[in-house]
Design a protein around this ligand. Sequence first.
Ligand code: F6P
Length: 328
Amino acid sequence: MKQKVTRIGVLSSGGDSPGMNAAIRAVVRTGIYHGLEVFGIMRGFSGMVEDEIVKMESRSVANIIQRGGTILKTARCKEFFEYEGRKKAYENLKKRGIDGLVVIGGDGSFRGAQTFSNEFDIPCIGLPGTIDKDIAGTDFTIGFDTAVNTAVEAIDKIRDTADAHDRLFVIEVMGRDAGYIALHSGIATGAENILIPEKKTDIINIVKSLAEKEKRKKLVNLIVVAEGEEDFGGAQEVANVIKEKLPNQEVRVCILGHIQRGGSPTCFDRLIASRMGFHAVESLIEGRHNVFVGIVNNKMHYIPLNEAVKKKQRISEEWMRIVKILST
Ligand code: F6P
């Protein structure tokens, strides 16, 4: 089905991620370049339901490429789960003649967009925006690079103080369902152990190796734990067990939290956001619908929205061996 789009809406939904503004800018400016009218929808799907929709001009997106957060704001909208809410949203789009939608968010947002599009025949294009990098079908998501670099910068700082005091730090990074931030930041900062939801936490072995390190006076140790670590439930719980088993160790916990979601996007995130935003609009013009834009091996890929699923880290044994050997 090829439908000519004339007016498009753009929204950000779910957890924000650095680079969303760069993506909005790309959508607005590519749309205007092609003669489309572009509307910004505030607070994700809530703005569609509640009719918070603003006309965007080229200047509306000036001076935002370098800013974290999202100028359109974001939300998780309960009303959009109900047919009545989606119908209200459709009517608000229709009265402005909006006939295409770009949704920046994670797999949940994509599923909402798919349901909406099936019911009301408005083509939707998704852009993967999440710091967790947990969407199958794309090598990158907008915001991951910035978040992981923020984590690395923070962990490097923690290492300084850990080293000064000969302490063991258990550091919790974000990632409710996936361990990408933990795995990448942990390797990049030389962490002794990395605990992620996709892999069982072998606390016996961790304690054994810490005890062995204690004997040879290696007292500075960093353990990076993903927020979604399942066996213990997070950094504090892991630290409690270590303290109990190794009472001589000075253990501290640091939870990095939402600091990882903010900040100016890296060059890499600005680039992929710009490329993806550009291709989202061209896709709508070319008649693509209900796909999200991914990048695989540096090429654009278009994956059906209903195939957007959370991607779990396939644990590469090679990576885990590297962690172990390099941290001895
Ligand atoms: O955006 C993804 C994420 O940052 C997860 O890593 C985290 O668990 C979640 O969002 C936190 O969401 P909220 O800010 O709504 O508590």
